[in-house]
Design a protein around this ligand. Structure first.
Ligand SMILES: [Fe+2]
Length: 375
């Protein structure tokens, strides 16, 4: 057999090329939109692409699966429950795809998304048992996939991870991510084993209630442009430019420069709505980073835009994305709202992102003085 893990450092994603060296048939799992790297491998090894598999509809990166299918006439496979607007080969739990002597066995492991599958790799001439499992965003290294990316369910994720952890100890685990926003505490290693995760994955050691509570507790922000990327992967939108593909320099300003900004500048708060409502820079509007590409027409092109988040990381990437799409009068606030609050600057609460505030409890406050309805 041939097996290669391909790591995308930009988005923390892993994709896979699996092939039979007997039949020269190949499968690519969770391909990125940059398909040239797979083309080169297929050509160098003289492999024929037979299957393209997305373990699930991705929300953090645009999939290259449909492009590979079109270019190679391969079968594009998803779990049968996938809700997409294009035809695909529907896979069922337990079904096997043959490639020469190899077998790819489908294991239905929803939770991160309802259509998520894992793929067991079996090489019968060596063993009737699986030697590897591609887990997508179910079991990650030292972590599990988040359930809040559309149709996920923390309790279902518990059942799926428990099912995976019943595999033999020796099975090598190759996840869909080694870092990035799809988990909360990935170790950074690109692979592990079932035996190691059963013993040392902190979530694997929890009972159902504690597992669910942990997954639902303090859910981190959704990824940049998640809404547009997920819609593109479902085939109901076509915005591959929603992926941040460039690394432009961004003007980072401090909170004093934010306070003395020109009156025409728009402060764009890219945090989640609940973060924004708990306190934001007066006058800032809220477009969460997850919705930025979908709501791009709300970002003015004729005024300076100052992006802000809690600490300065999300706003920096949001600013890079705005520059990528041609909105280049953009700055990002270093230290974000945390620095603003630490400096005891004025903070507005509630939803003040519209001309006529939709809530009546909008009020001014200073750091540390939370209004009674938020305490
Ligand atoms: Fe995912």
């Amino acid at each position: 057999m041939y097996f290669k893990q391909i790591l995308d450092e930009r988005c923390g994603c892993a994709s896979y090329l699996v092939a039979s060296r007997q039949s020269h048939e190949a499968a690519i799992v969770d391909p990125s939109i940059e398909t040239q790297q797979y083309e080169e491998l297929l050509r160098e090894r003289n492999f024929q692409l037979r299957y393209v598999i997305d373990t699930h509809v991705h929300a953090d990166h645009v999939s290259g699966a449909r492009k590979l299918r079109a270019d190679h006439g391969a079968e594009f496979c998803l779990h049968e429950s996938a809700q997409v607007a294009y035809p695909f080969r529907p896979l069922k739990d337990g079904e096997e795809l043959a490639m020469g002597q190899l077998r790819l066995r489908v294991l239905y492991t929803p939770g991160h998304r309802q259509e998520l599958i894992s793929v067991l790799i079996i090489n019968p001439p060596r063993s009737p048992e699986p030697s590897m499992v591609l887990t997508g965003d179910s079991l990650l290294v030292g972590d599990v996939g988040r359930p809040d990316f559309g149709g996920g369910d923390a309790a279902v994720q518990y059942d799926s991870v428990t099912r995976l952890l019943r595999l033999p100890d020796w099975v090598a685990v190759f996840p869909g991510h080694f870092e990035g926003p799809c988990g909360r505490g990935m170790c950074g290693r690109p692979n592990t084993t079932i035996g190691f995760e059963r013993l040392y994955n902190p979530l694997a050691r929890l009972g159902r209630g504690a597992f669910v509570a942990t997954l639902l507790d303090t859910v981190p922000a959704r990824p940049l442009n998640m809404t547009a990327i997920e819609a593109t992967n479902r085939g109901v939108a076509d915005v591959p430019w929603a992926m941040l593909a460039t690394n432009p320099a961004v003007n980072e300003i401090n909170i004093d420069a934010l306070e003395t900004r020109p009156p025409e500048a728009l402060v764009l708060d890219v945090r989640e709505p609940q973060e924004y409502q708990h306190g934001h820079v007066p006058g800032a509007i809220n477009i969460p980073q997850a919705d930025l590409a979908s709501r791009l027409d709300e970002v003015p092109r004729d005024r300076p835009v100052i992006a802000i988040c809690q600490g300065g990381v999300r706003s920096l990437r949001a600013a890079q994305f705005l520059i990528q799409v041609g909105i280049d009068r953009v700055a990002s606030v270093k230290g974000g709202t945390a620095a603003w609050r630490r400096a005891s600057k004025a903070v507005a609460v509630g939803d003040t992102s519209v001309e006529e505030p939709r809530v009546t409890e909008t009020e001014w406050m200073h750091a540390g003085a939370r209004p009674s309805h938020l305490t």
